[in-house]
Structure formats: C-alpha cells, structure tokens
Design a protein around this ligand. Sequence first.
Ligand SMILES: Cc1cc2nc3c(=O)[nH]c(=O)nc-3n(C[C@H](O)[C@H](O)[C@H](O)COP(=O)(O)OP(=O)(O)OC[C@H]3O[C@@H](n4cnc5c(N)ncnc54)[C@H](O)[C@@H]3O)c2cc1C
Length: 494
Amino acid sequence: MKHFDFDLFVIGGGSGGVRAARMSAQRGARVAVAEVAAMGGTCVNVGCIPKKLYSYAAHYAESFEESHGFGWIGEAPRLDWNLLKANRAREISRLNGIYIGLLENTGVQIIRGWACLRDAHTVEVEGRQYTAKSILIATGGTPTVPAVAGREHVVTSDSMFDLDPFPKRLMVVGGGYIACEFASIFRGLGAEVTHVHRNEKLLTGFDEDVRRFIATEMAKTGIDQQFMREVQAITRTAGGLQVDLKHKHGDAHSVTVDTVLYATGRVPNVNGLGLEAVGVSVSASGAIHVNAHYQSSVPSIYALGDVTARLQLTPVALGEAMVVVDHLFGPAAGKKRRQMSYDFVPTAVFTHPNIGTVGFTELEAHKTFEHITVYCADFKALKHTLSGSTERTLMKLIVDDASDRVVGLHMVGPDAGEIVQGFAVAMKAGATKEIFDSTIGIHPPHGGRGICDHARAGQGRRRSADGEDVHLKHRPAPTAGQRQHAVAHSLSFV
Ligand SMILES: Cc1cc2nc3c(=O)[nH]c(=O)nc-3n(C[C@H](O)[C@H](O)[C@H](O)COP(=O)(O)OP(=O)(O)OC[C@H]3O[C@@H](n4cnc5c(N)ncnc54)[C@H](O)[C@@H]3O)c2cc1C
C-alpha cells in the first residue's frame, strides 16, 4: 500500500478547515493544516467575531440616548476608536492562539504558507511537498470589487476593522447582509453613512416584509439611503473621495466621503490553488463542485465551506466538516454518521435592529406548499415606551396549512438573531402552529407579549402592551391565479 505523509491534508485554517482537522485527528488520523494568514479564517479575523464586537460597540450609542427616558442624565461618552481597535485586536489574537492550541493539542501539524495542489495526493507549501491520502480544500472566499473607475480608492470588509482614522463620512456600496451590517455599525459608531445600492430593496433572498421593514428602520437611524443608484466613478479630491452616482432613471449627483466600502459580493478563494491542472471541477464563479460527501470531481480531494459557495455561514462550514470527518474516518464512538441538512438553517443579520430568520420566505412558501397562512405583527417594543425611540419590531410566521407546521419565521428587532435560534430548533423538530399556540410565553417579553401570543392572535387586531394596535394579518394562500401576484401581495403588509 502506498505510504502518505498524512491521512488528511487540510488547506485553510478557517472555520471548516480547523474543525475538520482537529476532529479527524481526534479519530486517530495523521493530519496537517496549511494556513497562509492568521489562524481561524474569515470568521475570527475579519468576519463574524470582530463584526459582532463592533456591533456591540455601536449599540452603546443608542443605549446612551435611550437611557434618558429611564432617568439617566448627563453627557454621553465619546468613542475612542483606537481603544476599540486595540481591544478587538487583543481579543482576536487570543482567539488565534486558542485555534492553534486546539490543533496542536490534538496532534495536528500546522504548516505556515500558501498551499497549492501538485497532484491528486500532493500539496506544495513554500516549496516543500507533502503527500496525503485525502486533501480537503477549505480556503473560504474573498471580497470582490467590480471594475469601476477609481476602484483603487475603495476598501473591502477586510479593511474595515482597522481603518485609520475613523471614517467620519462613510459610503457603503452593496445591498447584501455585509453591506447592511457595516452601514448600521458605522452609523452607530458615529459616522455619517451613505448607503448606495443599485436595486430598490436591500437583502435579496430575504422575506419581502423583512426587506421593506429593515430599510425603514435603518433609515430612521440616520443612514442616507441612495437606492437605485450606480457608482460611476470615484475620484480623490482635496475634500475627500468624490463619488459620482447615477440614478437608474437618469439624474446624477456626487457625494464626498472619507471612505468607500464596497461590499458587493464574495467569490470562492481558488486562485493559484492549481485546481485545473489536477482536474477539480469548478463552477463559472470558481465554486468547487462537490457531492453529498463533499468529494470533488477528483475522488481524493474534498472541499467545504465558502469555497463551495453554498450557504456561506460559519455554522454551515462546521457542520459540513463533521460530515467529511465521519465519511473519511467514521463517526465518533457510539454516534451515528452525520448528515448535513440545509433546511431551517437560521440566519442573523446584525443590522440595527437585528434580523433573525429561519425557514421559508413567504414567496418561497407560496411556491412550495399548496396553502399557507401568514401571520404578521409590527409593534413598538415595551422598552421603547420610555426610551423615546421610534424603532418598531416585526414578527412574521408562515404556516403550511396542510400539516400546520410553522415553516418560516422572520423577525426584525433587538436580539432577533439570538431569539430565532431557539425557534429554529422547534421548527426543525416539526413544531406546528398548534404547538406554538399552546406554548406558555414568558412575561413581560420584548413586545409586551411574545411571538407565540402574536401568532396565536390570528386574524384581526389586538392591542400591545404600549396600548398601540398590533396589526396581525391572517393571509390565506393565494389561489393559482393569485400566486403570480405574490410580490405585490406581500408588500400589502399592514
Ligand atoms: C464581514 C463578514 C461577516 C460575516 N459574518 C458572519 C456571521 O455573522 N455569521 C456567520 O455564520 N458567518 C459570517 N460570515 C461568513 C463566515 O465568515 C464564513 O462563512 C466562514 O468563515 C467560512 O469558513 P471557511 O472555513 O469556508 O473559510 P474561511 O473561514 O474563510 O477560512 C479560509 C482560510 O483559508 C486560508 N487560505 C486560503 N487560501 C489558502 C491557501 N492557498 N493556502 C493556505 N491557506 C489558505 C485563508 O487565509 C483562511 O484563513 C461573515 C463573513 C464576512 C466576510
């Protein structure tokens, strides 16, 4: 039998790569992981973790503001951007160390440098070749900026955490979740934010009510929304970066800012990996094609996480890693082989307010189920009865009439991301509307009454804790003829 240096060679020490490497080593495999940058990948260094830390930082501004209504008086403190950056950097390097420790403690060999494939069983790093029975590509994704005049003046999300100085005037270009999050975070930290998006609505793929609602709430925080506009050119002037914008229907104007963030998408990180020479098949965007075991077109080479461009989320990369480990080295003692399911994966968007969502959007549900019922509530949270904030909360449930299963849940409001996590468990377990209705809620929750109460209310109007009308809508599924009007229907949300 051919001898290999390793049972598994992992390229990329990010979320998926580290999980696969250390769990394989725990099963007794001889494992190496190559990493060209800081250990932990996108999530730890320039993604989820620093972003959420900055989102916490940004929330303090509104908390100081809102505290006056609760009797707190005095000047709000000012942000020391350099202190925030330094504290974040310290925490991230602590996490880098934890990742290294986790690998070393399980006996994984860490190899520093850029890795590329030489053949189906050989990886080269910094001029040295290593052989492995299996190779796992977990190289993640990288931001992409379109070819616009003045492109050299813009930054991507990778640079946002260490900007120097703090951008007093920030333009964010893009309508996806990363763009929305940075717009909210830097607005909260005190920047004047102009949010440019080429379409009418943010967050393609999210529920239509959520898309409409979050745009309204973000605008209330003072973000200048310039939608239906394309950037024509970016020029450095004495006063800053001049960005020429053109409305889709004609008119043009310029905005001058300190920093332009392009958050217009990410592409799989495959450049220079040598995939073509080895015969690994990729899509037009570079995403590695894999089967249910995350095996590529070359049987000894596997790929997972963002480089396969499925659901680009850390917990998804972690889940996929466990499937690969079980497939290659067998499940943990006494456990079943894991399967990956992409159903009911909860997603949070850390805008201000947050979005939490799980399951089908209303449009998807209309296409998937014969008849659905939609319950929506839009209300003022109990906290804001004193805070003076005009922020509102949206809760929406989508129920498949045939099974009574709750198949979609969407929320916009404080801590929506955390709240939806719990509902995801129930929905994955097949919870019905009847179960939601019979669940006794905690009291008093965020909105004076919980989501179960809102859902239970069914058709009609009820009054919330602050005495305002809670608008609830029982939306029967459209007939076949009505289905084509689903977009307009969903926008008729009260
Ligand atoms: C701004 C931002 C915010 C995000 N927020 C969230 C969030 O809130 N929640 C969430 O779930 N997800 C979030 N994500 C997505 C999440 O970070 C990714 O889905 C996740 O990191 C993917 O893990 P991965 O293992 O596929 O790749 P990564 O974590 O990107 O790791 C890939 C690693 O491979 C290394 N590498 C690449 N090529 C090579 C090579 N040839 N040789 C050696 N090393 C190489 C890279 O340096 C990197 O460390 C966010 C992403 C961004 C950009």
